[in-house]
Write a protein that binds this ligand. Structure first.
Ligand code: NAP
Length: 243
């Protein structure tokens, strides 16, 4: 059992999820660093957290798009830690392409990993939070889910779905002391965006720079830890790209 509060961050081996894991650990949470396959990166995240904090992070491999694997993992977390105070549904992938050429596989894998995963993970975790009568959930949406993006019909559909999910769940769970919010990042420097032509993108961003994973992590920590009166909101962290 954990003396600290516990946070589960999906897709925390790299990028935005890693920064969220570090930020929440700095706030005193024992963080479960979920990942899909990149064990070395996940272990590095855990090591960085241990070097920076006195918390007890652990790397945990499970595929968020696999309902059975998620259920087993959540059971293990509860056996080991006894509670889950924060859930960050962050794991995500892209498989971009024009819609007329989009394969069913590209559609399904993106919907499964970015949207169905939120159902698979949040369903068992919210039951635990309901028993605790407290908890905070943050879903990682995207500017693509707010405004759409050519070449990302699958991804935009999933990220827009997360926004509807966030608002509905916020209404259902508020009376149980559980808040549910979403963050909609713009263009953030991670492996996901490393092949983009950033010069052209930066021209479009009012603040004239890409975001960092830490920009997103600070917002996630604000929503999950620092406030207790915000729920059902989608916070854009995009350098002004949507204005
Ligand atoms: P990233 O650098 O590509 O990292 C993706 C993370 O998700 C990795 O930790 C990866 O684990 C994990 N992951 C992927 N599929 C998984 C699965 N099936 N089960 C469990 N974990 C899985 O991505 P990122 O840029 O940090 O993006 C994080 C989130 O922010 C995503 O939801 C993304 O859609 C969203 N977002 C990103 C941007 C951006 O500009 N980067 C903008 C808007 C929204 P492994 O290391 O094991 O592969």
């Amino acid at each position: 059992m954990s003396e600290n509060k516990v946070a589960l961050v999906t897709g925390a081996s790299r990028g935005i999820g890693k920064a969220c894991a570090i930020e929440l650990a700095k706030a005193g949470y024992d963080v479960i660093v979920n990942y899909a396959g990149n064990e070395e990166a996940a272990n590095n995240t855990v090591k960085e957290i241990k070097d920076l904090t006195h918390t007890n992070p652990v790397a945990m491999k499970f595929d968020v798009s696999n309902k059975e694997k998620v259920e087993t993992a959540v059971k293990e977390i509860i056996e080991k830690y006894g509670r889950i105070d924060i859930l960050v549904n962050n794991a995500g992938i892209t498989r971009d392409g024009l819609f007329i050429r989009m394969t069913e596989d590209a559609w399904e894998s993106v919907i499964n990993t970015n949207l169905n995963s939120a159902y698979y993970v949040t369903n068992p975790v919210s039951k635990i939070m309901i028993k605790q009568r407290s908890g905070a959930i943050v879903n990682m949406s995207s500017i693509a889910g707010v405004f759409g993006n050519a070449g990302q019909a699958n991804y935009s559909a999933a990220k827009a779905g997360l926004i509807g999910f966030t608002k509905s769940l916020a209404k259902e769970l508020a009376s149980r002391g559980i808040r549910v919010n979403a963050v909609a990042p713009g263009f953030i420097q991670t492996d996901m965006t490393k092949d983009l032509n950033t010069e052209k993108i930066i021209e479009l961003i009012p603040l004239k720079k890409l975001g960092t994973p830490e920009n997103i992590a600070k917002t996630v920590k604000f929503l999950a830890v620092d406030t207790d009166y915000i729920t059902g909101q989608v916070i854009g962290v995009d350098g002004g790209l949507v204005i």
